[in-house]
Design a protein around this ligand. Structure first.
Ligand code: NAD
Ligand code: FES
Length: 271
């Protein structure tokens, strides 16, 4: 059992939790993730490790479906049944002089540890962060601690540029050059960021989150196609160079269990 030490509501859909998990905390590197189960019957939820605070692990989750909503009902002092990790490959930190992070919505959470690591190594770091509206922007104050420049986009124009992160990038690339970027957010965002960056000859690492079950390379659910070859996001990733990723296949598979998810959500309303 893993005790919840702290809980913070970041917005109406997203919470932050600090969980006591010393063995996970001791071995975590930027890019690693955990899989948790709320109870013994629970679905397995993969979440990127956002930060380590001593013996505790910081996670951020969006209450999208049945299991993440159940997780959101837990409070400080409650226990999480399973909390397995660190899983996955640590992110590849490249030998570059400047990096631009590109975060969409809750993607700002998995991006934070990687961008922070670049900054720790003395590399110049900027951020473009986008969300539906200003109320959905998360972690901006945390990014302010180490980013040189932060550019904000909101779909409704309630803060920063009105539009998507790609609108900000198009303008930014007229003034600035970066050696490398990391984009994490909705698949469609990562797809268009990679397309835009290709035109500007800038490399893009992306973080992929297909459906996962075991998280150890055995079930094959998390397969992704990169340059025509199959990889497993749980053991080969979740971070990959974005250029060869077949985003359209991932986008199509994302909706595979929509009906089952809807039925489960109706069960939750009745609980
Ligand atoms: P969202 O749908 O609110 O979008 C966030 C931002 O992404 C938008 O404000 C916009 O700037 C950008 N965006 C969206 N569509 C775009 C498009 N067509 N072109 C260019 N930019 C676009 O995001 P959300 O509801 O917070 O969802 C975040 C997504 O990130 C979820 O789908 C989740 O699966 C995914 N996610 C990924 C990881 C990962 O490790 N890869 C981790 C957590 C979440
Ligand atoms: Fe089963 Fe990756 S989650 S192989």
């Amino acid at each position: 059992m893993y005790k919840i030490i702290k809980k913070e509501v970041l917005n109406k859909d997203i919470d932050l939790m600090v969980v006591h998990a010393p063995l996970v905390a001791r071995n975590t590197l930027p890019g690693h993730f955990i899989i948790l189960r709320v109870d013994s019957e629970g679905e397995r939820i993969p979440l990127t490790i956002v930060d380590i605070e001593g013996e505790n692990v910081v996670i951020i989750y969006q209450k999208l479906g049945y299991s993440t909503n159940l997780l959101g009902r837990l409070n400080v002092g409650d226990d999480i049944y399973d909390f397995v990790g660190p899983l996955g490959k640590a992110a590849h930190i490249r030998d570059v002089k400047s990096v631009l992070g590109i975060a969409g919505g809750v993607g700002a959470a998995p991006l934070l540890p990687q961008l922070k690591e670049y900054s720790k190594r003395g590399i110049k770091v900027d951020l473009v962060i986008g969300a539906r509206s200003k109320d959905y922007l998360i972690l901006v104050d945390k990014y302010k601690e180490f980013c040189d420049n932060i550019y904000i986009a909101t779909d409704d124009g309630s803060l920063g540029t009105k539009g998507f992160v790609t609108d900000v990038l198009t303008k930014l690339y007229q003034e600035k050059k970066y050696d490398h970027t990391i984009a994490i957010g909705p698949l469609v965002m990562m797809k268009f960021v990679v397309q835009l960056n290709k035109k500007h000859n800038i490399s893009t690492d992306v973080s992929l989150n297909p459906i996962m079950v075991d998280g150890t390379g055995m079930c094959g659910n998390c397969r992704v196609t990169i340059n025509g070859k199959t990889f497993f996001a749980c053991i080969d990733g979740p971070d990959f160079p974005g250029e060869g990723v077949n985003f359209d296949e991932l986008i199509a598979r994302q909706d595979y269990y929509k009906e089952e998810e809807h039925i489960c959500n109706l069960r939750l309303v009745k609980k």
